[in-house]
Ligand binder design. Sequence first.
Ligand code: 3PG
Length: 400
Amino acid sequence: IDELIADGVGGKRVFVRADLNVPLDGATITDDGRIRAVQPTIAKLAQNGAKVIVASHLGRPKGAPDPAFSLAPAAARLSELLGRDVAFATDTVGDRARDTVAALGDGEVAVLENLRFNPGETSKDDAERGAFADQLAQLADLYVGDGFGAVHRKHASVYDLPARLPHAAGDLIATEVAVLKKLTEDVKRPYAVVLGGAKVSDKLGVIDHLLERADRILIGGGMAYTFLAAQGHEVGISLLQKDQIPAVQEYLKRAAAKGVEFVLPVDVLVSADFPDLKTKAPANPDTVAADAIPADKEGLDIGPRTRELYASKLADAATIFWNGPMGVFEHPDYAGGTKAVAQGLLDSSAFTVVGGGDSAAAVRQLGFDENAFGHISTGGGASLEYLEGKTLPGLAALED
Ligand code: 3PG
């Protein structure tokens, strides 16, 4: 972006593809981390006299306008963070967007409505995506890619649009890539990885990568129950991906052969009912050994012995990557495991990277100081796919 600015952005219309896909409760943003992360790039362009057009997706609307997925709250928050007015166009490539952009003065900022209100944004058909990118290209003179959280998506605004305009990577993407590179090239050992979240199927690629690099892999969250089942334990009514058991068994075998330590829960908190996340009514879970989950109960967090075990496995690490909560952290009775892992990262002297929207939001919602961590990535799927070594469309498009 600095080269682009050196070439002169004053008076130019600069399209910034951001990831403003923030969690919302109605129209209230519950975690604004992604907006704060891209704000410096927007401010820098505006300070240099650009007419800044910010665009993003939010959620997964069905290719048509849907007020539940409006970017208006994100535009309002961006305005607060920038300390200046931000115009909001209630469409993306229609009259409102064109008029809003035409009315921008030098150094002013506008946000377009959700890109995914247009079927062309996410279309698998190259021509349909290309046609939408052509329309977007008419709005701008230059393109800055800074939506790291969406770079793994081959979408019109991420992949096709930069081919149509002079382009550069923004500061957020540059920082994210520099940090994640440290985890793929000469990583400092011991390298410990904590993986959580619901589904093991989302993590298979990254586990594959980690078996070649990590020293220990700690497993929590919903995916832990497929690991426990793969070891022959009963998991009651816990989340279970039966079809993934053979893959997990294969990984456990490969890990043993390579000397990579897989660390699984030794105890878990269980209940017959999923907790009420709205009322947060007490859930009164039981603590049971991980190999003694009752048939009518589900595991919802890692237990106290596991928390201690995981903290000890993180204490002497030199590098830690963490993706995915350890339990249903949104409920106070099941937040202890995720808190313990966050604390474990802070108590170690390791270089720590927290990857993923959920874990990043968890860290902030549980009251931790985000600046105490080495890096909190704005990308969930994007950071995992980067670590897998995949070519990410949104980065490839910026590379030439
Ligand atoms: C994310 O939240 O990981 C990014 O914003 C991408 O969203 P998507 O998974 O809906 O493409």
